[in-house]
Design a protein around this ligand. Structure first.
Ligand SMILES: C[S@@+](CC[C@H](N)C(=O)[O-])C[C@H]1O[C@@H](n2cnc3c(N)ncnc32)[C@H](O)[C@@H]1O
Length: 315
């Protein structure tokens, strides 16, 4: 079962109301969408995206009672600037991105996201796309693999690991990959700074490959850019991330969009006419409570950032 993370915080910050229009960029199992629909009853509307057709089918089933008020789109949220207006979602009241993968995807061995059960090394959110994690692992050069592990997994021994993987190719299943990783990384132990809670050495490797297979960081960059074109003044953006690279991107995006001047600091008078488009709604990142972490351990690394769209001529 997928338990929506930071559920109450999303409802409190997005403040759904009757008649409002909301975009759920990552509908998953439909938990947050359900909250948006019930808080915006009787006539609020939700446009729900997911790259995974199976997630769409599941969420549609979960939300059958609300089918009049929710439209499902099998596409990346990165396409929302083009798709939203086609469905009348322009000037929306709120946008949610709950990044990463759902518990349903993780639990399905055939999706290849997890090393705890053996399955094909797949990891595609959208199975209609071409490149699987097995393609990436078996066809990339050692240098390319090392780059993926270093950039997306922040793994210190990325080069050594890439060499070990190259030596053991072809690697077709999650278990085969996990065994190579354990053989190679176990001698180094968990990454420094990551050792507060023990992590299986393969966790970061699987996460890095998933990010690469689904091009997650550039999807996020494009999706964030789209949000400012779709939100109305006063509308809110909420992003839940589970990875420090994602959170850094979100933080930087909100900071950049909140600036009222982009002139070089040494320039005495502003000439850029930059206008802020967003305003951070809170100063610090929002984390799940201890109570939520106990009930739903998957929430422990979640970080929520919320910003409000301001009219272009304010500030
Ligand atoms: C953490 S789950 C969302 C859970 C959801 N909020 C709920 O309450 O059930 C993340 C979902 O985002 C989807 N996803 C990942 N990247 C995506 C993208 N670029 N565009 C659309 N959906 C994406 C995944 O397929 C997954 O279903």
């Amino acid at each position: 079962m997928h338990i929506p993370v930071l559920y109450q915080e999303i409802i409190d910050y997005l403040q759904p109301k009757p008649g409002g229009r909301y975009i759920d960029g990552t509908v998953g199992a439909g938990g947050h969408a359900k909250g948006l629909l019930s808080a915006s009853a009787p006539d609020g509307q939700v446009l729900a995206f997911d790259r995974d057709p199976d997630a769409i089918a599941f969420a549609r089933q979960q939300l059958l009672e609300e089918e009049e008020r929710i439209t499902f789109i099998h596409a990346s949220y990165a396409e929302m600037a083009q798709v939203g207006p086609q469905y009348g979602f322009l000037e929306v009241d709120g946008i949610l991105l709950d990044l990463g993968l759902s518990s349903r995807q993780l639990a399905d061995a055939y999706r290849g996201f997890s090393f705890s059960a053996d399955g094909p090394l797949d990891m595609r959110f959208d199975p209609t796309t071409e490149r699987t994690a097995a393609d990436l692992v078996n066809d990339s050069t050692t240098k390319e693999l090392a780059w993926i592990f270093s950039r997306y997994g922040e793994i210190r021994q990325s080069r050594k690991l890439a060499v070990a993987i190259s030596r053991n190719r072809p690697i077709r299943t999650t278990r085969e990959l996990a065994e190579v990783v354990v053989g190679e990384l176990n001698m180094y132990g968990p990454r420094r700074g990551m050792s507060r809670k023990f992590r299986h050495p393969a966790t970061l490797v699987f996460q890095a490959l998933r990010i690469a297979v689904n091009d997650e960081l550039s999807e996020l960059e494009t999706g964030l850019e789209a949000t400012v074109t779709l939100l109305k003044a006063g509308g809110r953006l909420a992003v839940i991330s589970f990875h420090s690279l994602e959170d850094r991107l979100v933080k930087k995006f909100i900071r950049e969009q909140s600036k009222s001047c982009s002139c070089p600091p040494e320039q005495p008078v502003c000439t850029c006419e930059t206008r802020p488009l967003l305003r951070p709604v809170h100063r610090k990142v929002i984390r799940p409570t201890e109570e939520e972490i106990v009930k739903n351990p998957r929430s422990r690394s979640a970080k929520l950032r919320v910003a409000e769209r301001i009219a272009g001529d304010e500030g």
